[in-house]
Design a protein around this ligand. Structure first.
Ligand SMILES: [Zn+2]
Length: 196
């Protein structure tokens, strides 16, 4: 950066050490009843992968809704989108949704985005992500400029393709069994439902 004008967003850049701050990258910000932040240990990528394995073993007892290998495999396949990175709160859904998830993650990867959360909510798949820092800063500057015009996100082909892929996966999830991936009209097919 040279002698050009300082953009407003330059002054808001987070310190590079922020991702390493112990209270920032916890995979969830705890708070006590008074609203004070709880101290939680920083978990790196391998810690988070191990934490997911342990969750599966502790609570899953082999049940398919607690399967995690497919998530670990997606993280290995797409390391740059940081499924277990410091900005991701949690990442899990059943193995039946991997074929919906993969094209969305591919598109997020092409858009240089990263994952904030993957989960099941209200019976549907949810994929929360953010585009690259450059694009976010472009958008911040555009919003700060007070001009009416084309949103930089909408003008960015890879962003639009990723957002489209995410919405498609989320919409399709309502008609795909989260556990086995078969077509259905509710979250799990009769075969996979646990009504014991
Ligand atoms: Zn099923």
């Amino acid at each position: 950066m040279g002698s050009g004008p300082v953009r407003l967003s330059d002054t808001l850049r987070a310190p590079s050490s922020m991702a390493e701050h112990p209270d920032y990258s916890t995979g969830g910000r705890g708070s006590d009843s008074h609203g004070a932040r709880a101290q939680m240990p920083y978990l790196n990528r391998e810690d988070k992968r191990q934490q997911l394995r342990e969750w599966s073993e502790k609570y899953g007892h082999g049940r398919p809704e607690f399967a995690v290998q497919h998530i670990l495999d997606l993280d290995t396949e797409f390391p740059d989108i940081e499924i277990f990175g410091p900005h991701c709160i949690s990442a899990h859904c059943g193995p039946g949704w991997v074929r919906l998830l993969r094209p969305a993650l591919e598109a997020i990867n092409r858009a240089s985005g990263r994952i904030h959360q993957i989960k099941q909510k209200f019976n549907g798949l949810r994929i929360y992500w953010e585009p690259s820092e450059d694009l976010r800063r472009d958008r911040f500057d555009w919003l700060s400029g007070g001009r009416i015009g084309t949103d930089p996100y909408v003008a960015h082909k890879l962003y639009v393709e990723a957002e489209k892929a995410v919405l498609l996966a989320e919409m399709e999830s309502f008609s795909v069994c989260e556990l086995c991936g078969s077509r259905l009209s509710s979250r799990t097919c009769k075969e996979c439902s646990h009504e014991s």
